[in-house]
Design a protein around this ligand. Sequence first.
Ligand code: NAP
Length: 279
Amino acid sequence: AAAARVLADVQAEVEQLHAQGIEPALAVVLVGDDPASHVYVRNKVLRAGEVGIRSLEYRLPAEASVAEVLDVVGALNVDPAVHGILVQLPLPTHIDEVRVLQAIDPGKDVDGFHSENVGGLSQGRPVLTPCTPAGCMRLLRDTLGDLSGKHAVVVGRSNIVGKPMAALLLAANCSVSVVHSRSIEPQKLCSQADIVIAAVGRPGMIGASWIKPGAVVIDVGINRIEENGRSRLVGDVDFAAVQPVAAAITPVPGGVGPMTIAMLMHNTVLAARQQTGQA
Ligand code: NAP
């Protein structure tokens, strides 16, 4: 429901831009054959179409060189009809991910991974914010309203989820703890939190004893497990165990995933407005 609200706002903004002759456009660059990446890209392109954003797909083979990927990004940077550029991660191991992400024009960096956008976020002047943490913030504000003074624990410190998540929570006046693989007694830290964000990549790691009664739990993890000969997606939180303890909890699938895509659409429209002087 929260994702649908974001998308409805985006669609209204797209219609306004169309009325001014501006067609927001998102370019998605996909390198290689990772099946999950193909699914993610398909979902992003589908959602873009639904809200009226034009999408362009650039598919390169797994053996594409860094230079070939940089050529595509370079051409998209200077194309005035393209407002957002997304390079789907992970890239094949022979390609330097940082080099590719840093090549994207920061104004078109709708994933918010360029150091200029990361720096803006950490200095408290965010422009294009990473989509997954931005989606988590929408869910938290929808549930709790003002987050001031809340103790938030973020489990995971990756550049794409954990670190920007912590920066956003800090900007919202939370007291923030970041737990990672070297943390001592992570369970004890989590059990003191008003808000727990799990972004680890370990199926069901966070059980009921990690959660303070009445806490709000956001499960970012997406893990594929095999159970009784069938494959299914689960989060980093043991949903069945934690749901009775928490005041609110996001499911996997169907929780943070749809919010991530909705915020990508939001960022694309924001980028289009900025590039066309409509901000
Ligand atoms: P990542 O880069 O692998 O980072 C995982 C983090 O978890 C690291 O900081 C690691 O600590 C920490 N960690 C690992 N084991 C731990 C343990 N036992 N205790 C405490 N911390 C531990 O993963 P990511 O890219 O952030 O993604 C995390 C999960 O979110 C994955 O399941 C991914 O699929 C999912 N995800 C979902 C979405 C969405 O749209 N829903 C978007 C992005 C990612 P160290 O730094 O010390 O190694």
